[in-house]
Design a protein around this ligand. Sequence first.
Ligand code: ADP
Ligand code: MN
Ligand code: MN
Ligand code: MN
Length: 346
Amino acid sequence: MTKYKLEYIWLDGYKPVPNLRGKTQIKEFADFPTLDQLPLWGFDGSSTLQAEGHSSDCVLKPVAHFPDPARANGVLVMCEVMMPDGVTPHPSNSRATILDDQDAWFGFEQEYFFYKDGRPLGFPEHGFPAPQGPYYTGVGYKNVGDIARKLTEEHLDLCLAAGINHEGINAEVAKGQWEFQIFGKGSRTAADQMWIARYLLMRLTEKYGIDIEWHCKPLGDTDWNGSGMHCNFSTKFMREVGGKEYFEALMAQFDKNLMDHIAVYGPDNDKRLTGKHETAPWNKFSYGVADRGASIRVPHSFVNNGYRGYLEDRRPNSQGDPYQIASQILKTISEVPTEAFKKAAA
Ligand code: ADP
Ligand code: MN
Ligand code: MN
Ligand code: MN
């Protein structure tokens, strides 16, 4: 038997953005445990804005698990928060009731800032560094400093070792701003991996005295880019049948549901989706081929392939909840029946 360190990770009850929480318990298993072997656990919900009345115990239900590469015999255990009965989802549980579809693929591009001493990493104590331009995908000390790349590389290795579908890294437009991409099949699979990747990044940077600023516009109304979490998505129908008519019907539905999308695309998005800095205004839906100033960017490959493939919704922001974002996209897609277009494409 081996003693495993099980890190139970969950989202707390803070609004509008939940925080990641985690605590460890040690359990013995003959081998790396299966998800079914991981027991329910509890925590004090009164300390996380999740307590209901006088009984403050909430239940942690393991829903996904990964090897924890930073710990000997470690396991990262993503949990849903349940009511004391262990079966009713807690009101803060944004995962339990979402739409899911294993054939829907999601690629999230998570942007964020490294922060040190209350300002973006690499910003001088007073004033600003040289304006934006050379930082995006940049190289060299004056562009990326001496620590950011080490952090993003370490994070990449941690994610890969945990079995997370990390797909890439790039330095972003603002100084101290970076991006990583996570891909998954199914909204829960993709979003669980995103939350664990966020957790690994935050835990990694503790020892460097560096924080992650997830806010979508930390530098406010300035000439410094905000942070998004573009959501690339495709269903089986979009990949295999598609067609221009279906695409246009889908875009009309996205237009109609504008406010439902914005509601779950992350707080303060009006400060980011201004029409500047490669964004579309938050209150007007648009799409365009290779257009980074549109709400939805249509890749060239999509059009060249007969309106088949994936689309990029550029509106979700860096603080958005990937469970809710993926689910809303699936909801809008579900409102456009595919039957009529199967005939048209045949
Ligand atoms: P860009 O910065 O040009 O917008 P990225 O390369 O950062 O694009 O991200 C593209 C994302 O699209 C990746 O996360 C990738 O996983 C995702 N992706 C690629 N193909 C598909 C697909 N068929 N369905 C859903 N997502 C996809
Ligand atoms: Mn990208
Ligand atoms: Mn980006
Ligand atoms: Mn993008």
